[in-house]
Design a protein around this ligand. Structure first.
Ligand SMILES: [Zn+2]
Ligand SMILES: [Zn+2]
Length: 135
């Protein structure tokens, strides 16, 4: 059994060719693709996978903590197989989503707790601007 299959199994998910294909795309990209983009990159090797299946699979992955869903205000979601807290930067020009390895959330979290007594359970930070290539 390959590595991806065993990851799915540890999350009590049935291993299907569709799930393996979609998870493999997400593990091998830093592009933070949308469901549509994943669907498009699948169409060559897996023409039998429908867009509805991609949506359903991503939902299952999200519920089982295999991927995180990003919302950079585009009207649809992006997906990331790196589920650790990290900051994302969105380029307003080429619409690329970049990982900023240093997460600024722990500091904000601490400040929120100190200042307002608010109990933070999770946080997502998005930066907006222009990437290196577009400047
Ligand atoms: Zn850019
Ligand atoms: Zn990311």
């Amino acid at each position: 059994m390959n590595e991806l299959a065993s990851i799915l199994k540890t999350h009590n998910l049935k291993v299907t060719p569709q799930r393996l294909a979609i998870y493999s795309i997400l593990l091998n990209t830093k592009e933070h693709p949308s469901a549509e983009a994943i669907y498009q990159s699948l169409s060559l090797d897996h023409p039998n996978i429908s867009l509805a299946t991609v949506y359903k699979t991503l939902d299952t992955f999200k519920i089982n903590n295999l991927v995180q869903e990003l919302n950079v205000g585009e009207g649809n979601f992006r997906y990331d197989a790196n589920i650790l807290d990290h900051t994302h930067a969105f380029c307003n020009s080429c619409r690329k989503v970049i990982d900023i390895d240093e997460s600024i959330s722990p500091e904000i979290t601490k400040q929120l707790c100190n200042d307002s007594g608010f109990k933070v359970t999770s946080s997502k930070v998005y930066l907006f601007g222009t990437c290196k290539d577009c400047q």
